[in-house]
Design a protein around this ligand. Structure first.
Ligand SMILES: Cc1cc2nc3c(=O)[nH]c(=O)nc-3n(C[C@H](O)[C@H](O)[C@H](O)COP(=O)(O)OP(=O)(O)OC[C@H]3O[C@@H](n4cnc5c(N)ncnc54)[C@H](O)[C@@H]3O)c2cc1C
Length: 429
């Protein structure tokens, strides 16, 4: 095997797992140069972003520093944002890195590759709804989760003094919206224990707005119905079959002209590829801003470029695209890992086949619900409560195992549990 430069852009659920595995297999031994590029220096598994937003987890404790992790796992980390791609010269451009004052820290750079993997994830889709970009927080990255957290802290401070109501509106009752709503209720229940003596859950009003005819529209009816019962029970106000026409400072204006008053506004509906992809004019980009790939995850028309995860559009044999989920990103990373090893040895690559193992939704301390897919006639099994919570947590365990290996991941999880036991349950700063 000759030395090869494999550059992976995006260190999320798919990209970081791939960089870690390739790094350990080829990077540590010097058989290939593995380089991971990300615009952020810290990785938090995206399905945990809503927990960062409400303060249930602390990024300074649970965040993984790419630079340090890369050193131990055989890849080189480069901080930067993808700005361009030149397939002819096999190079990408990273835009300059700025400091907090907006001054240039590192200038624009060109990075050469032999193989390039795009894994820059997706962002929420506002469907060009007027006012959405201006007034809503999109829970797409660590930065926006931290911004939400700061606004929540400001509101808690005000609430404690004024005793008014805190009204939060969330557009999109998919997993993100539902999990965030439940987690917010849990936090408001708990803040008294942290010195916010005048606040309790009666001060919180959460509006969850969904255009489809049920919450969790992508999941089986039984899962949606059970989640709805739990949300009803804790007092989340559900607006089902309601479309948002416009977002204004005071809240959401519906198609019928009704204003759903909300101070803090979150947009968690739809997924599309990041804007950076629209600038890659040499590559085939879909209407949803994703890179079109073939069955082996190769970008169509490109021999040396692959794309995985939410930023890739891979149409399955069924005619449906692979869904934007962490389990899909991690399965793609696993298949591409094997394919790249094969390719470097001159062997054939295998097509990616998505295995839907079901979906699990955490309803904070109140419950967890989901469905597990069986092989038998594609029927799914409904689960809830403790079993569903254990299965939900096992997804994160699998992600950790891909980053650290199973043994180290188990030690890491144990250490985090001990830390959690000793540290405050909420981050309120
Ligand atoms: C709150 C929330 C809850 C979710 N819950 C679940 C769940 O329970 N189960 C499930 O299966 N899925 C869930 N998802 C979806 C899941 O998180 C994504 O499908 C998954 O993370 C996609 O993985 P990825 O590797 O494609 O991208 P990501 O994990 O999003 O990673 C993308 C990476 O690329 C980096 N990046 C972005 N743009 C650039 C650029 N221009 N240059 C350089 N780097 C860049 C980002 O910093 C990030 O590190 C949830 C999503 C959210 C937001």
């Amino acid at each position: 095997m000759t030395a090869n430069r494999i550059v992976i852009v995006g260190g999320g659920a798919g990209g970081l797992a791939l960089a870690s595995k390739l790094g350990r297999k080829l990077g540590l031994s010097g058989e290939a140069e593995i380089c991971l590029v990300d615009k952020s220096p810290v990785h938090i598994w995206k399905p945990k972003l809503h927990e960062v937003a409400v303060g249930v987890i602390d990024q300074s404790v649970e965040g993984l520093l790419y630079r340090d992790h890369g050193l131990k796992n055989g890849y080189r980390f480069l901080r930067g944002e993808l700005a361009g791609c030149d397939p002819q010269n096999k190079s990408i451009t990273l835009s300059s890195v700025l400091n907090d004052d907006g001054e240039e820290l590192i200038g624009q750079r060109e990075i050469e590759y032999d193989y390039l993997v795009l894994a820059i994830g997706g962002i929420s889709n506002s469907f060009n709804t007027p006012g959405a970009e201006e007034h809503c927080i999109f829970l797409d990255n660590l930065e926006s989760a931290n911004r939400f957290h700061q606004k929540l802290l400001d509101d808690l401070l005000l609430l404690d003094e004024t005793n008014e109501k805190l009204s939060i509106g969330i557009v999109g009752a998919g997993a993100t919206g539902v999990e965030l709503a439940a987690e917010l209720h849990h936090v408001l229940e708990s803040v008294k224990d942290f010195g916010y003596l005048n606040i309790d859950k009666s001060h919180l009003e959460i509006h969850l707005i969904e255009a489809a005819q049920k919450i969790l529209p992508a999941l089986p009816d039984k899962v949606s119905a059970r989640a709805q019962t739990v949300l009803d029970h804790i007092g989340v106000r559900l607006h089902i079959g309601v479309q948002v026409k416009e977002v204004v400072k005071e809240g959401f204006v519906t198609q019928d002209g009704v204003l759903i008053a909300s101070g803090l506004k979150v947009w968690a509906a739809g997924v599309k590829g990041p804007d950076a992809l629209a600038r890659l004019t040499e590559l085939p980009i879909s209407k949803r801003n994703q890179v079109e790939v073939d069955a082996c995850m190769r970008v169509k028309g490109q021999e040396h470029i692959y794309a995985i995860g939410d930023c890739a559009m891979l149409i399955q044999d069924s005619g449906r695209p692979v869904p934007p989920r962490a389990q899909a990103a991690s399965q793609m990373a696993e298949t591409l890992y094997k394919n790249l090893l094969n390719r470097l040895k001159g062997k054939a690559e295998k097509p990616f086949v998505y295995q839907d193992y079901g979906s699990l939704v955490s309803l904070s301390r109140f419950s967890a619900v989901g469905n597990l897919m069986g092989n038998l006639r594609s029927r799914s099994l409904f689960i809830e409560g403790y079993l569903a919570r254990m299965m939900y947590m096992s997804l994160y365990q699998r992600h950790l195992a891909s980053l650290y290996g199973w043994f180290s991941a188990a030690i890491y999880s144990l250490a985090q549990r001990l830390l959690k036991w000793q540290r405050p349950k909420l981050k309120l700063h």
